[in-house]
Design a protein around this ligand. Sequence first.
Ligand code: MG
Length: 158
Amino acid sequence: MFRIGFGYDVHRLVEGRGLTLGGVLVPHHKGGLGHSDADGLVHALCDALLGALSLGDIGKHFPDTDSKYKGIDSLILLKHVMTLIRDEGYELQNADTTLAIQKPKIAPFIDAMREAIANAMEVDKDLISVKATTTEEMSFEGREEGFSAYAVVMLRKI
Ligand code: MG
């Protein structure tokens, strides 16, 4: 039996913050604004996993009003989400993600992101796809005000 899930997330890009995407610190003069490390790619993936089993969303499980999640490495949240998925008797079939960000160029970091995500989820790296696109200088991503991330996952009953 298969279940499918979708996740979406957005973070503002501001000066004075590190840019963490897919668990990788990407050198840039701006970073994501957020209560955690603002790793929107990992947040979208968490929401897709939770959504696949109708377990709510990341805000329900890790409220941003809780100080214990301040500045937290989002890969820790992802690990926790995977324990919930496995507790329900499911395993990852595959995950496909897309990051929409104008700058910086993401291509050099994609392999490291796939590796970091796969390690956190304790799955093979070839199950994890990370893609990136600009928005051709249109919209908030194109104006470099923020970035967005999309994720789709498939889970299988074990
Ligand atoms: Mg987020």
